[in-house]
Design a protein. Structure first.
Length: 182
């Protein structure tokens, strides 16, 4: 009899990430994770008490993936434009992950100030402030304007409401950026 494969938390989270990426967060369940891993549901529930606990952990994993994606290099001189274009491209390239991060119930009841207070954004705000040579309040205002435009474009792309046209997205984000600098 072959030895049983030990199912680790990392394996469970990777399987959950892949399920969400391929099929959407609506298809995430203890059973779908177990099927992906080729095991019963028992090892999954041994490592995590519930599907909600798995969702929380895979949300953090997905959020870290998203951060790396949008902070990757780009071809533009303006790092904020690169950030916006990468955010929009994430909505197009990773539709299911985008919808899991930004169109599930995770943000229910939050306002823009709480979103902008996210510790992961402090690095972005510093880059904006330094690169544009503006104070933190102005950097926050510029970022918010660009974020709203980029999020709208990414949402349209993630929900198949428009075709991806990098140049069109770039023009829109440049217009917003120029207006926000005033």
């Amino acid at each position: 009899m072959p030895p049983k494969v030990k199912v680790t938390k990392e394996m469970i989270l990777k399987a959950a990430f892949v399920i969400i990426r391929e099929y959407g967060h609506e298809h995430l369940s203890v059973r779908s994770i177990a099927e992906r891993l080729g095991c019963s549901t028992q090892p999954v529930l041994y490592s995590f008490r519930s599907i909600d606990e798995i969702r929380e952990a895979v949300y953090e994993l997905t959020d870290n993936y998203h951060t790396k994606f949008i902070l990757s290099e780009g071809k533009e001189d303006n790092p904020l434009l690169v950030l916006g274009l990468n955010y929009v491209r994430f909505g197009h390239d990773e539709r299911n992950l985008f919808r899991f991060l930004f169109q599930s119930d995770k943000f229910a009841g939050k306002d823009m100030n709480s979103l902008l207070s996210d510790p992961q954004l402090s690095e972005v705000m510093k880059v904006v402030s330094d690169e544009l040579k503006v104070n933190k309040a102005k950097a926050r205002s510029i970022f918010l304007s660009l974020f709203v435009a980029a999020h709208g474009l990414a949402s349209l792309l993630a929900n198949n409401a428009m075709a991806y046209d990098r140049q069109q997205c770039k023009k829109i984000l440049e217009s917003v950026f120029t207006g926000a600098m005033i």
